[in-house]
Design a protein around this ligand. Structure first.
Ligand code: NAP
Length: 301
């Protein structure tokens, strides 16, 4: 029996672990993959206060070391279900059940797919969702990035230093991501913007060989390439808890700035919470708030 179980070891979950441990609560963090969440895919974080430049990987490592040094227990098991008992909540994984007075859901989100035929089969054979993980395979090659948010912009920027040619394909002619990064991209001679266009087909033999792109007027063209980096947003990972916790139409958990869900003793922190700004700094802020609320709950139950 723990005081608090935190589901997800991204920036929100690990920050929550730090705050809960500093309040002397026993803490179990359950993580389905690896510590750090999506931030490990960011090559260079430039907008986190004080850290002028830090890689997402280093940020995640430092954060998990800090949580562990303070005594948080981290287990690599996927939380499949939560049961809300009278005096405790039980979190079930494939092999185990863990109980706690309070639970913080900090599960973040997963990559949205384009939904094209053969997309899944071509992952690792020309399709990637992580430029920092796979970019090095495309040194001096031709790649495209699809998307118009900060992830797509940053991926494209990162790839311009590796690949010979980078196409950035966006379905509109205005980017959702930061103008500062767009300005950096405009300086890159090996980058071409492809506006008002969608990737409509993947052409492959053993590997991806080219893509079909359709513009808003229905004109179809083909781009020969070696790699396609898909950065079209993310889907909140809340489905396993949907029977207990209310989700909104986008699958996010509605909760105010106090991070309370509709279930007493269950809190939400980070990108899986319904909110306007999803940034590293808002994820860690959520972690601090959710932990403070969970500590109060655990102390009074
Ligand atoms: P996002 O901001 O939701 O952007 C997704 C992009 O993909 C949008 O431009 C969207 O187009 C496009 N898109 C969505 N579905 C599509 C489809 N089926 N086909 C083609 N295009 C599609 O996602 P994100 O870039 O992954 O960023 C997620 C959050 O993390 C954001 O809040 C972002 O600011 C944050 N982030 C921050 C940093 C940083 O602070 N350094 C770095 C990375 C990400 P429309 O614009 O037309 O909707």
């Amino acid at each position: 029996m723990y005081d608090i179980i935190i589901i997800g070891a991204g920036p929100a979950g690990l920050t929550a672990a730090i705050y809960a441990r500093r309040a002397a609560k026993t803490v179990l963090v359950l993580e389905a993959a690896s510590c750090g969440g999506q931030i490990i895919n960011t090559p260079d974080i430039e907008n986190y206060p004080v850290a002028m430049h830090i890689s997402g990987f280093e940020f995640a490592n430092k954060l998990s070391e800090q949580a562990k040094a303070l005594g948080a227990e981290i287990k690599f098991e996927k939380a499949l279900e939560i049961c809300d008992g009278d005096s405790e909540k039980t979190v079930k994984t494939r092999k185990n059940s863990y109980s706690a007075k309070a639970v913080i859901l900090a599960t973040g989100s997963e990559n949205r797919r384009l939904g094209l035929e053969n997309e899944d089969k071509l992952v690792g054979r020309g399709i990637s969702y992580c430029a920092t993980c796979d970019g090095a395979f495309y040194k001096n090659k031709t790649v495209a990035v699809v998307g118009g948010g900060n992830t797509a912009l940053e991926d494209a920027l990162y790839l311009t230093d590796l690949a010979e040619k980078v196409y950035l394909i966006h379905r509109r002619d205005e980017f959702r991501g930061e103008e500062a990064t767009v300005a950096q991209l405009r300086q890159k001679e090996n980058l071409s913007f492809v506006y008002n266009s969608r990737v409509t087909k993947l052409n492959a033999g053993k590997r991806l060989e080219s893509i079909e792109v359709t513009d808003k007027d229905g004109n179809v063209s083909t781009i020969e390439l070696n790699g396609l980096f898909v950065a079209v947003g993310r889907i909140p990972e809340n489905q396993n808890f949907a029977q207990l916790v209310t989700l909104d139409e986008g699958g996010y958990i509605p909760a105010g700035e106090d991070c309370h869900t509709n279930v007493p003793g269950i809190f939400v922190a980070g990108d899986n919470r319904a909110k306007a700004v999803r940034q590293l700094v808002t994820a860690t802020a959520d972690g601090a708030v959710a932990a403070t609320e969970a500590v109060k709950y655990a102390s009074s139950h």
